[in-house]
Design a protein around this ligand. Structure first.
Ligand SMILES: Nc1ncnc2c1ncn2[C@@H]1O[C@H](COP(=O)(O)OP(=O)(O)OP(=O)(O)O)[C@@H](O)[C@H]1O
Ligand SMILES: [Mg+2]
Length: 302
């Protein structure tokens, strides 16, 4: 359960990139043992806020307080020392190193005097906590994305993270892998750690988070318990207008006998597309769905 003192508190954070105000006077308090989701449209400022928490950027204006103590200079090294780490939107592992090497990268000679030969024992300890069952000697580049994320989580645990910022962690995951990630998140929060969960997937947000902050145009619109929110209430806050205005009713679907405007049959190419067929009828919206690398964005071979 969330306790009274936030593990990290951001107050009045403003951050500009040239002429863009990425964040404008944003407040955020994250409590131990809880999942705090950040939602908002593209460019709302979610990643920037996460990066400021994790020391990737310093705010132009505003205060950062960790466990009741204001921080002075703030960067990723200082943030890690205070237990704040981030899993980036683009995973940041070294593909040619092993799982264990990635987990301990940069903390080989930490204040614990951790030496290479201790890695095996330390890895086993971490694995006991996380129960991922990853082989420490596998090359990270040979792992699936979901397993690479487990390595990122182990990296955070190895740094004894109190707050893990996860930026779009499920964007390349299947539904099953997302459920597994959520189980891991529950495990982390049961240990008193906090997770800042940035996502466009509102069902996942409502399922996993305790608190949701909605952002729009660099401002915090609302922070409320997830239990009091619905998908519709979140979307309305994200867009700043009612759903009916944003998504007018669809026109009736075209009759199946309507001749197609576009017919694609058994399209193939050396870009990985194999025998793709579909038709597009007038008035139709056709969705192309698939994981990263499945070929949904590939153009036909010339
Ligand atoms: N390094 C940067 N340099 C310049 N502008 C930036 C930089 N990072 C973010 N911005 C701008 O700041 C604003 C907020 O961006 P941010 O990445 O925080 O949004 P976001 O909510 O994470 O969006 P998305 O959902 O697309 O990931 C956007 O207008 C973006 O273009
Ligand atoms: Mg982002």
């Amino acid at each position: 359960m969330a306790t009274a003192q936030p593990v990290i508190e951001l107050a009045g954070i403003t951050k500009r990139f040239g002429g863009t105000a990425a964040l404008d006077g944003v407040d955020l308090a994250v409590h131990p043992g809880s999942v705090h989701a950040l939602v908002g449209e593209n460019g709302a400022g979610k990643s920037t806020l996460g990066k400021i928490a994790a020391g990737v950027y310093e705010p132009d204006v505003g205060r950062i307080v960790v466990e009741g103590r204001p921080v002075g200079r703030w960067d990723t090294v200082r943030a890690q020392r205070r237990g704040i780490v981030m899993m980036a939107q683009e995973l940041s592992l070294v593909r040619d190193l092993t799982v264990a090497q990635n987990v301990f990268l940069g903390i080989e000679r930490s204040s614990f005097g951790l030496l290479r030969r201790d890695h095996g024992r330390r890895f086993a300890e971490l694995d006991e906590i996380a129960r991922f069952g990853l082989d420490p000697d596998t090359r990270v580049g040979d792992l699936r994305i979901a397993d690479q994320q487990k390595v990122e989580i182990l990296r955070a645990l190895a740094r004894d993270a109190k707050v893990i910022v996860m930026d779009e962690p499920t964007s390349s995951l299947t539904a099953h892998e997302t459920r597994r990630l959520h189980e891991m998140i529950r495990l982390l929060t049961a240990q008193g750690r906090a997770v800042v969960y940035v996502s466009h997937f509102l069902d996942a947000v409502l399922e996993v988070s305790d608190t949701v902050t909605v952002m729009r145009d660099g401002r915090r619109i609302r922070t409320a318990p997830a239990a009091d929110q619905t998908k519709a209430s979140l979307v309305e806050a994200m867009l700043g207008r009612e759903l009916a205005v944003s998504f007018p009713p669809l026109p009736p679907a075209p009759h199946p006998d309507t001749p197609p405007l576009l017919e694609v049959e058994a399209l193939a190419g050396d870009n990985g597309v194999k025998r793709a067929s579909f038709t597009v009828r007038p008035g139709e919206i056709v969705g192309l769905l698939g994981l990263v690398g499945s070929g949904r964005t590939e153009s036909p071979a010339p």
